[in-house]
Design a protein. Structure first.
Length: 94
């Protein structure tokens, strides 16, 4: 199994509701992309944190993770998020 963890930081010039809307759009991908085995998205409003949101997704193998990454629904959401957030991405095998 492979796990993808993505941390998101709201860009300073972005309004919080716009950020939250774009990040929470990730939730819809679970029902659109069959390769996703498990999926969790969370946004925090806690002041003083380094990161504002997290995504954790599990995939059976690298090929399925790549099909997810190339899926048009993912690309659409990812492009929208790029306008409102910086991110750090980590993949791990388990």
């Amino acid at each position: 199994m492979l796990q993808r963890v993505v941390l998101f930081r709201k860009k300073a010039e972005v309004e919080r509701p716009d950020f939250d809307q774009k990040i929470l759009a990730l939730e819809s991908l679970k029902s659109q992309i069959d390769e996703i085995q498990s999926w969790a998205v969370s946004v925090t409003n806690e002041a003083g944190t380094e990161w504002d949101a997290i995504l954790i997704g599990d995939f059976r193998n690298a090929e399925e993770m790549q099909r997810y990454a190339d899926h048009p629904a993912h690309l659409e959401v990812a492009n929208a998020i790029g306008d409102v957030a910086d991110f750090a991405l980590f993949d791990r095998e388990y």
